[in-house]
Design a protein around this ligand. Structure first.
Ligand code: AVI
Length: 315
């Protein structure tokens, strides 16, 4: 198992400082996923109101053979943001293709370790890359050989990028791939606002804990003084941008310090920190984004009830 790392703590500190001082205040959602944040996310995926994971797993299980059908010879897989590795296991178990090497890319070491232990018994070799999507994409070519490679970007992780950044990421993925390769993209679709709000503000408040955990992480890793009961979870639908936004709203006037970067921030009551956007797509829009990134026309498998799409783009 190969683990590549960068100076993650320094980057975390710099990102926290810059984003908290922005107007409106922000925190990058990629920092949700420490060990506890990843466990909370796994719990979200089991909530009845959050249907993305179950819908995608069902599509993968039902259509795996079709999704991998053009590969008669052995191929490799790489997954950006593999999480626990469950989706890879589903694809490998139902796909019937011969997969030799799998490259796992995730920010969370805990997630990488779990994915590694799940996937290793099913393939010949697993390479684990700890880092951002960009770090991972830069390293994928050096860890492959002549076999075709299917890149997986699932779970609607694309939805956590604003639309220009999503387009740029799709272009980077396209440039990383070669003729004969493919991208399998999972994206959540627009649906009734009531359903979206329940998915991101669940009655069990698991999503609230997931959101607040970023403050706990700043306290633990960067010497922050966030009072966790001083920030309320808030999810709303931004219809103009077609995204669910998550915020942490200060419930009182308060001052927070972050020792690692020596900053002090005064929050007004009601002032919010914007922690995440989850953009929702229409099926045609996904096909158009793939074409604009330089892929051929995509094939789609859609769950019409949960409103979720898997799209395979060939190079
Ligand atoms: C990882 N990502 C696609 C999730 C989403 O739906 O945007 C993260 C999440 N945030 C709140 N619930 C789940």
């Amino acid at each position: 198992m190969v683990i590549l790392d960068s100076d993650a703590r320094a980057l975390f500190a710099a990102d926290v400082t810059a984003s908290l001082q922005r107007t409106p205040r922000e925190l990058p959602s990629k920092y949700f996923y420490d060990a506890l944040g990843s466990s909370l996310f796994e719990a979200i995926c089991q909530l009845p109101w959050y249907r993305i994971t179950r819908a995608e797993s069902a599509l993968l299980a039902t259509h795996a053979a079709d999704i991998l059908s053009t590969y008669d010879d052995p191929l490799d897989l790489a997954e950006l943001g593999c999480g626990s590795g469950n989706k890879l296991v589903t694809l490998l178990a139902h796909g019937g293709a011969s997969v030799l090497r799998v490259q796992l890319i995730d920010l969370s070491r805990a997630a990488l370790e779990m994915a590694h232990s799940q996937v290793a018994p099913l393939v010949v070799e697993v390479v684990a890359l700890a880092g951002t999507y960009e770090d991972g994409l830069a390293r994928v070519p050096a860890n492959r050989d002549e076999r075709p490679l299917m890149m997986l970007f699932l779970g609607s992780n694309i939805g956590n990028f604003d639309r220009p950044a999503a387009d740029a990421l799709l272009s980077t993925i396209r440039r990383t791939l070669r003729p004969g390769d493919a991208l399998l993209l999972g994206a959540d679709l627009t649906k009734p606002v009531h359903d979206l709000l329940l998915a991101y503000d669940d009655p069990l408040q698991v999503t609230a804990a997931f959101n607040r955990n970023i403050l706990r992480r700043i306290n633990d890793e960067l010497g922050g003084t966030f009072a966790l009961d001083g920030f309320a979870h808030h999810a709303c639908w931004n219809g103009r941008e077609r995204r669910v936004e998550m915020h942490l709203v200060s419930t009182r006037r308060q001052v927070v310090r972050v020792a690692a970067t020596d900053i002090e921030i005064a929050f007004e009551s009601g002032e919010s920190i914007w922690t995440e956007s989850s953009y929702k797509y229409d099926p045609e829009e996904i096909l158009a984004a793939g074409a604009a990134a330089g892929f051929g026309r995509g094939r789609q498998w859609i769950d019409p009830l949960a409103r979720f799409a898997l799209t395979r783009f060939d190079v």
